[in-house]
Design a protein around this ligand. Structure first.
Ligand SMILES: CNc1ncnc2c1ncn2[C@@H]1O[C@H](COP(=O)(O)O)[C@@H](O)[C@H]1O
Length: 439
């Protein structure tokens, strides 16, 4: 049986709750929708697999060093260091047998009754009611990508209706690799396997997503839900990439930490009270000085963005005057209004559920303090969110402890009421890809 570990802020939040609060959180139906398989392997499982493993000496040293790091709290200076943990984990989980063993323990850690982590005395209970586990199909010397997926799925099938798979593609993949992963995801979904979605993940500071859109489109057409890691760092938030990813209209967004006001204005119309149409430069194309920074960023990006949107809406049968888009003579304000009108016409308000991983963001230093976490913005604007763990192995948390961070009083948590926490849990259950209504 896997043993759970909690430390840091998540531990302090859970410790600050009384027995009643913990029982309340345990009894809430909760969906875990953002958990990466290799980041969620219980440490005890990894250690067991390492004991039965005989690697070449140079790989062995890397594996031993990573396990020692995971044992003694992973302290990161910046998010890019986080991704360096995975090569050693991958070296251990290279055969179908090891992958099956790891997947089984991840599923049990989330879905079956677990004794409380050391130092806690609450009743054993499953960490969540429903799990969408995500993983990047990896080709090794022992298995193809298809075998990889079939191995993971054969374990997931042991939890019918309670577990499903999201196939991840990594930002660093070539287009051919993405194509192969998406082909497999579609094929397995069509064969009735519990493959429910497609995810874009990987080190946010690497890779280029420009050529992936058509494959995400294919996946959507085949009935898969789409989620993308977006604006995970400041650099991603400021770039055209966030506009591109939003223009794919994913069903859910991973992290969305640094989406800027103009991006939210355009895509999530109505999220920012009183500023649905941002105050932006006048129609003559001059950028007046001084203007707020985010309007400047918006001005720099809007033309590219409008071209993208134009293409999508023209494909959907709507008309946008492309000459205006090319010359840039039309006021950005008008463009925003036009987009809003088109959105109204299409009868869709776009409110993709944001997958929130509190401890992950704090430990990978993309959010400095819980009080500054972007969940506050989304909650204040009635924008759907789901609470998730991301990678319980390095981040040493559980879904219960992430919910404790919502309910615990400051400074241990956000101090939300039980009613607010119940609503958040419901939003999460409603954002499941399994059984979702197709739009
Ligand atoms: C910190 N937040 C994150 N942001 C982006 N990608 C992440 C991530 N956490 C994990 N992954 C992605 O998931 C892979 C491991 O699981 P799988 O091999 O797919 O099962 C990592 O290599 C990384 O690409």
């Amino acid at each position: 049986m896997p043993s759970l570990i909690i430390s840091g802020a998540a531990r302090a939040a859970l410790q600050s709750l009384d027995h009643d609060d913990i029982t309340f959180l345990q009894n809430l139906p909760k969906a875990e929708l953002h958990a990466h398989l290799h980041g969620s392997i219980p440490l005890s499982t990894l250690q067991r697999i390492a004991t039965n493993y005989s690697p070449s000496p140079d790989i062995g040293a890397g594996v031993a060093a990573t396990i020692a790091r995971l044992q003694s709290n992973v302290v990161l200076t910046e998010i890019s260091e986080f991704f360096q943990l995975f090569p050693a984990i991958y070296a251990l989980i290279a055969t179908p047998a090891a992958l099956a063993e790891a997947t089984r323990d991840v599923l049990h850690a989330f879905l079956t009754e677990q004794p409380p982590p050391s130092g806690f005395a609450h009743h054993p209970a499953p960490d969540c009611s429903y799990l969408e586990l995500r993983s990047t199909p990896r080709k090794t010397t022992h298995m193809s990508r298809e075998q990889y997926l079939l191995t993971v799925l054969s374990e997931i099938r042991a939890f019918p209706g309670r577990a499903a798979l999201i196939v991840s593609v990594d930002r660093r993949m070539s287009e051919e690799d993405v194509e192969e992963c998406v082909d497999l995801a579609i094929k397995l979904h069509q064969q009735g396997e519990p493959v429910v979605g497609l995810d874009l993940c990987g080190n946010p500071l690497e890779g280029n997503v420009d050529t992936f859109e058509k494959h995400f489109d294919r996946a959507r057409e085949a009935g898969l839900g789409l989620t993308v890691h977006i604006a995970e760092t400041k650099l991603n938030g400021h770039s055209i990439e966030s506009f591109i990813l939003l223009s794919w209209h994913p069903d859910r967004l991973g992290h969305a930490t640094y989406l800027e006001e103009p991006q939210r204005d355009i895509f999530f119309l109505g999220d920012i009270p009183g500023t649905q149409v941002p105050q932006i430069p006048p129609p003559n194309g001059q950028v007046p000085d001084p203007i707020p920074h985010h309007h400047r960023t918006f001005y720099a990006l809007w033309r590219k963005h409008v071209l993208l949107l134009s293409r999508r809406y023209q494909e959907a049968g709507f008309h946008i005057d492309s000459q205006d888009d090319d010359t840039g003579e039309r006021a950005p304000r008008e463009v925003v209004r036009e987009i809003q009108a088109l959105r109204d016409l299409a009868g869709k308000q776009y409110k993709p559920c944001v997958e929130i991983c509190l401890t992950s963001n704090l430990l990978s230093k993309t959010v400095p303090r819980l009080e500054e976490h972007h969940i506050r913005h989304y909650l204040a604007n009635n924008h759907p969110v789901v609470i998730c763990t991301d990678d319980i192995l390095p981040f040493r948390t559980t879904l219960l402890a992430e919910y404790a961070l919502l309910l615990a009083k400051p400074p241990h948590g956000l101090g939300l009421s039980r009613d607010e926490v119940r609503k958040i849990a419901e939003m999460g259950m409603n954002a499941r890809f399994m059984n979702r209504k197709q739009t």
